[in-house]
Design a protein around this ligand. Structure first.
Ligand SMILES: [Mn+2]
Length: 427
């Protein structure tokens, strides 16, 4: 399944007339406020978000999984599917792999395939949260934190192997998320677990090539429900600081307790140059992995406000974070869900770029609370659809990606090609 430029030009055609009017209306309106809409269009046009290899098939819950048909069965097909999303949106030009499920049997072939679709290899992900067949030691009681040195070494060696696969593919970073923790009080000595984790991470860090980064993801609970070794951004950034300049904290939106002020965490991390990566999703209760922006779009906008401000006032030289969607698709077509997520991310980004930062600072310095809130709301309430459509038009994407996906019936074509029961192993 490959979508051609010609197909996209054809479907964009009937939308062009109205779009031109809409975009002109919005850019004139913004111009009167001193905002250059074309500049925002260009920023969005260049903005790329990685798709993880596990987001292309049906996810599921611990109770069940319902397939869609036409799901990718191997790494080659997963990259093909990202190619579809990228062709339609021109904003998903990267893939994030999960080892052991995505071990490339033929690196050259995989690289060539990705290259032909305009896809690069983003952060690699290791897995020490479940046991694989023929694995010598079990991770039942942890991996990098384990009380047994042999288990820790096995987990460290796995991470080194993941780095090596990444080097072969052209990736530049490793994301470590650990399920390590305890289910009952007394089960783990917190300090021993943390120290073991740090020692293990040091061994992994040593294996990183010069131009690589290490992202440390945190999570407050699940799969362990009493304690997680890396439970929050404080623990993650403490480890990153002890490891060295190539280590950073990774924020996954779903990895917070309800009502956590994530935008403040983002601001704080960026002010110290410690924010390395970002996993987008949305949630109502916990790590729900729902479509980005489905539940709390205003929070997403406030997070982007911090990201935009942080990138514009980058005193701590925070690198541009690695962006990735980390969601699970249980009742939607995964590719449609990804396109909805991309749309929500770009919408929040565009709206955050509309915030009048000068006026906001002025109001903050005067403690004019009402004005501060209004400045944010004015940006948030602006319909930025014409900006998103213009960015897509300029980059050769479909102006309305999901409509096109449905019009040419990509899912049916994938089912015809792969059948109903094709599915990848792994998550
Ligand atoms: Mn994540």
């Amino acid at each position: 399944m490959k979508i051609t430029k010609k197909q996209i030009t054809e479907v964009n055609k009937p939308l062009l007339n109205q779009h031109k009017k809409d975009f002109k209306y919005l850019s004139d309106k913004l111009k009167s406020k001193g905002v250059n809409a074309n500049k925002i269009v260009d920023t969005l046009k260049d903005y790329q978000i990685a798709i993880p290899s596990w987001a292309l098939g049906a996810g599921g819950t611990r109770f069940g999984r319902f397939g869609y048909g036409g799901e990718p069965g191997d790494l080659f097909q997963k990259i093909s599917d990202i190619g579809v999303v990228h062709a339609l949106t021109q904003s998903a030009g990267a893939v994030s792999l999960h080892i052991p499920w995505d071990i490339p049997k033929d690196v050259k072939k995989i690289k060539k395939h990705a290259d032909s679709l305009g896809i690069v290899f983003d952060a690699m992900n290791s897995n020490t949260f479940q046991d694989q067949k023929d694995q010598k030691h079990s991770y039942k009681y942890g991996s990098l934190c384990h009380v047994d040195k042999k288990v820790r070494k096995q987990a460290v060696d796995h991470n080194k192997e993941v780095i090596d696969y990444g080097v072969a593919l052209g990736s530049k970073s490793l994301t470590v998320w650990l399920a390590d923790g305890s289910n009952f009080p007394g089960q783990l000595n917190f300090r021993r677990a943390l120290n073991n984790t740090l020692d293990s991470l040091k061994a992994i860090y040593k294996h990183l090539p010069k131009d690589w980064k290490l992202f440390i993801e945190y999570k407050p609970y699940e799969p362990n429900f009493y304690s997680m070794v890396i439970q929050d951004w404080g623990t993650s950034s403490l480890l990153a600081k002890e490891l060295g300049p190539k280590a950073y904290t990774l924020v996954d939106l779903g990895h917070h307790l309800p009502n956590t002020n994530i935008e403040q965490i983002v601001g704080t991390l960026m002010s110290r140059g410690l924010l390395g990566g970002f996993h987008f999703n949305d949630s109502k209760y916990g790590d729900d992995d729902l479509t980005v922006g489905a539940i709390k779009p205003y929070q997403l906008f406030l997070i982007f406000n911090e990201l935009v401000y942080g990138m514009a006032n980058n005193t701590a030289k925070n690198p541009i974070p690695a962006w990735m969607i980390d969601a699970s698709h249980n009742v939607k077509d995964p590719l449609e869900d990804l396109m909805q997520s991309l749309d929500a991310i770009e919408t929040a980004y565009a709206k955050a770029l509309l915030i009048d930062q000068k006026a906001l600072e002025k109001a903050q310095m005067k403690n004019d609370v009402v004005a501060c809130q209004n400045i944010l709301k004015t940006a948030y309430n602006t319909d930025v659809t014409p900006i998103l459509m213009e960015a897509r038009r300029k980059s050769g994407a479909a102006m309305s990606p999901i409509d096109v996906y449905r019009t040419i019936d990509v899912r049916q074509a994938l089912i015809d090609e792969r059948g109903m029961d094709n599915a990848a192993t792994g998550l």
